[in-house]
Design a protein around this ligand. Structure first.
Ligand code: SAH
Ligand code: SF4
Ligand code: F3S
Length: 502
């Protein structure tokens, strides 16, 4: 009997993309996507551990599933991702009804672990300390017909004192440029218009190739951007995340000189205080950060720059926080993901003295949000009257459906709800142009009517309910593993979903 599955994803874009691999593996193993998530025979949680509330959320969700599982014989629950990597068999202590716990380094083992759990009627826990299989060599069931994620690296060699990611994702391993580009090309061949290159620190790309025969190359990321520029049909290239310490001018030049690289940059600040940055072991300083933004804007005057900021890092004083507000005021970010510091087990910051009381963190956090909202709105208001080119999206349009608008992403990444004549037959994946008529802090409105429509292959694919079927690309050279052979993936209905920051 065919078993249905549902994957629930938490956390960052890496996890969103890993979930595409998990779905691809499951479909290769004969599972089918559940039409009703609540009735799936298999529920996979792909978890995140970046902040403490992620833990609480997972165990709460697992509790809700316990009675469902006892009422449905044969149902299985698997927990993977970063929180599984962190908690290991504790997942089973807290939720003994879970069938499989797998980590970030062995996604490929999931189908076998599920079989073993069923056969042995015993929960299976398999967590490895280092990467077993490059996720990019696994099959994928892609979510979108028009946008694709492509990993350039996994893991992180930095040691930011607040961050649990390196202990859960391991040391950085870079893919060969040829493998990355082959995957991009395969997506574009099937109509994908937009690709986002993924890595915890894309600026370090080139220094940790898994393949011993690929020479280390500091300029590898800029070269990769330029090579993407040569791929015909690829209209939009984005990447996340760069690290300010290693952000070099060759990347700015490559961005500015490569027309399909979007005028958008997500550049995590974390704090505006030099003292706090030092304690965070983030090796850039306020002036360097602002200097990068200046050079980016010189080269790309309309670049939208976004960031991540942590409020309440241990020892953060009111003066330190004022420095953060000052950078925010000067940097004029298009948007900012703001986080209250959360102590993570095993990280140096967790045991630092002078942890900031929650009420102080919360009060600062509110002030930061208020300032950033004002800046978001001001920056968006400057765009009223300008023309925007939009890639129509399916996933973020729910709110605008009620108003008769559709939603698109501008080249700079901004979300734009635009008025549309239903008779025009515009589909997610098509490209339209319109004029901005109104601004809000987190989106723009374009009610001037659609000036042009370009129907695309991606739009056709979305309408037909198909998504790209990239065969596994690349090899495990350097990981001591054989290459996995090409594995066809059945075309599946598109259920678009992209993840924001954790
Ligand atoms: N590799 C990325 C960050 C990935 S984590 C980078 O360096 O840019 C995404 C964001 O979560 C971080 O940028 C940081 O702002 C936030 N974050 C990480 N650890 C955190 C913690 N312990 N408490 C609060 N926010 C945290
Ligand atoms: Fe974490 Fe720092 Fe690595 Fe980003 S660069 S994943 S914040 S350790
Ligand atoms: Fe892991 Fe991403 Fe969360 S790397 S801890 S899923 S933010």
């Amino acid at each position: 009997m065919t078993r249905s599955y549902s994957v629930r994803t938490y956390g960052c874009q890496m996890n969103v993309h890993d979930s595409e691999r998990i779905a691809g593996l499951l479909e290769d193993a004969g599972y089918v996507a559940a039409t009703d998530d609540d009735a799936a025979d298999l529920v996979v949680f792909n978890t995140c551990a970046i902040r403490e509330n992620a833990d609480n959320k997972l165990y709460g969700n697992l509790s809700h599933l316990a009675p469902v599982k006892s009422g449905r014989p044969g149902m299985q629950i698997a927990v993977g991702g970063c929180l599984a990597q962190k908690d290991k068999d504790v997942v089973l202590t807290k939720a003994p009804w879970v069938d499989v716990v797998f980590g970030t380094h062995n996604i490929g083992s999931l189908p076998a672990l599920l079989d073993r759990a069923r056969h042995n009627e015993r929960a299976q826990v398999e967590i490895l300390d280092s990467l077993e299989t490059f996720p990019s060599t696994l099959p994928a069931r892609r979510d979108s017909a028009y946008s694709g994620w492509v990993s350039v690296s996994v893991g992180c060699n930095n040691t930011c004192t607040f961050c649990i990611v390196p202990s859960l994702r391991g040391k950085e391993v870079d893919r060969r440029p040829g493998d990355v580009l082959a995957e991009v090309q395969a997506l574009v061949d099937q109509g994908v218009l937009e690709v986002t290159l993924l890595g915890q620190n894309v600026n370090a790309y080139g220094m940790s190739f898994a393949d011993p025969d690929t020479p280390r190359n500091r300029g590898a990321f800029a070269e990769l951007l330029r090579a993407c520029g040569a791929i015909e049909g690829l209209e939009r290239v984005r990447f996340t995340s760069p690290h300010p310490a290693e952000f070099t001018d060759d990347v700015i030049e490559a961005m500015a000189q490569t027309p399909n690289v979007c005028p958008q940059l997500h550049m995590p600040l974390q704090s505006g205080s030099d003292r706090v940055l030092k304690a965070m072991r983030r090796s850039y300083r306020k002036s360097k950060f602002l200097g990068i933004l200046e050079r980016v804007r010189e080269a790309m005057p309309h670049a939208a720059i976004t960031t991540d900021i942590i409020v309440g890092f241990p020892g953060e004083t009111e003066e330190d926080f004022a420095e953060t507000l000052d950078v925010v005021e000067k940097a004029r970010f298009t948007s900012a993901f703001t986080f209250q510091y959360s102590a993570r087990p095993g990280t140096p910051a967790a045991t630092m003295p002078d942890q900031v009381p929650p009420e102080v963190v919360s009060e600062r956090y509110q002030r930061l949000i208020k300032l950033q909202e004002r800046i978001c709105l001001e920056a968006n208001q400057e765009l009223v009257g300008t023309e925007v080119e939009l890639l129509v999206v399916a996933d973020e349009g729910r709110k605008s459906a009620a108003t008769g608008r559709m939603t698109g992403r501008a080249r700079d990444g901004r979300l734009v709800h635009f008025a549309v004549d239903p008779a025009a037959g515009i589909r997610p994946g098509d490209i339209v142009t319109s004029t901005v008529t109104e601004a809000a802090p987190h989106h723009l409105i374009a009610d001037a009517g659609v000036a042009s429509i370009r129907r695309t292959k991606a739009g056709d694919a979305h309408q037909a309910g198909t998504t790209p079927t990239t065969s596994p690309v690349g090899s495990n050279v350097g990981l001591g593993m054989p290459t996995i052979g090409a594995s066809p993936i059945v075309e599946t209905a598109s259920a678009c979903g992209t993840g924001g920051c954790a």
